[in-house]
Design a protein around this ligand. Structure first.
Ligand SMILES: C[S@@+](CC[C@H](N)C(=O)[O-])C[C@H]1O[C@@H](n2cnc3c(N)ncnc32)[C@H](O)[C@@H]1O
Length: 215
């Protein structure tokens, strides 16, 4: 903690993303992530979904429009404001919280699903955050996760846009360990063509996971 109930991470994550989001338009677009849209059939109809690190809200708002009860948690106040504007424009309701996941009171066994799309944590907190996501699921609940892998560094050198600093990239092996105990139904590292707003563009090397909390 540094002051007034904020964590060290607040001092970095929120201002950094506030700056990125503080421009006209939605930097990752307003359409949902392709992996999420393709795999959302795994979610229980009308279930409760947690969307950690929802940014400007494209995924949370889309899920709410599909009839899910969505809780979106995002560190950037600017992102949250844009997510609320997107929800209003789409005429959907969801619970959008401006909070840091490091300090958030994670509910236990409360959600039918978690959608963690390109939420990269520092190595010192990554595993704890992933285990909280798993614990937040009801037995049988599903998590979908997509993240950039170390191989993406080459794509970036070639001009692709997107991805965190190298120490925050993920591999399938890391996820297998972080989500020990879950039934991993999909886990693949692959190259995909990203076309998400101005910030996720070009060939990207990603890891995609669908896992189920043991019933
Ligand atoms: C690459 S952006 C992706 C945003 C969104 N998931 C999407 O796909 O459009 C990563 C987001 O995760 C958020 N984030 C990262 N660490 C966080 C934390 N500890 N608490 C809350 N939000 C966090 C950032 O603020 C940022 O908005």
């Amino acid at each position: 903690m540094i002051s007034g109930g904020t964590t060290e991470r607040d001092a970095v994550t929120a201002p950094k993303w506030d700056r990125y989001y503080d421009e006209e338009g939605y930097i990752f677009g307003t359409a949902p992530n392709a992996f999420l849209a393709a795999e959302a059939h795994r979610f229980a109809p009308a279930g409760r979904i947690l969307v950690p690190g929802d940014g400007e809200g494209r995924n949370g708002v889309w899920l709410a429009g599909q009839g899910f009860a969505v809780t979106s948690v995002e560190a950037s106040a600017v992102g949250v404001e844009k997510a609320r504007a997107l929800a209003a424009a789409r005429g959907v309701r969801l619970d959008i919280q401006n909070a840091n996941l490091d300090a958030w009171q994670w509910p236990i066994a409360a959600f039918d699903a978690v959608a963690a799309i390109f939420v990269h944590f520092e190595p010192r907190v990554r595993q704890a955050m992933h285990r909280r996501m798993l614990a937040a699921l009801k037995p049988g609940g599903v998590i979908l996760l997509e993240a950039f892998t170390p191989k993406h560094i080459e794509n970036r050198k070639a001009g692709s846009r997107g991805g965190p600093p190298p120490e925050m990239l993920y591999t399938g092996a890391m996820l297998r360990e972080d989500f020990t105990g879950a039934d991993i139904v999909v886990l693949r590292e692959e190259e995909v063509a990203l076309d998400e707003g101005t910030r996720h563009q070009g060939l990207a090397h990603v890891v995609r996971m669908a896992a189920r909390r043991a019933a």
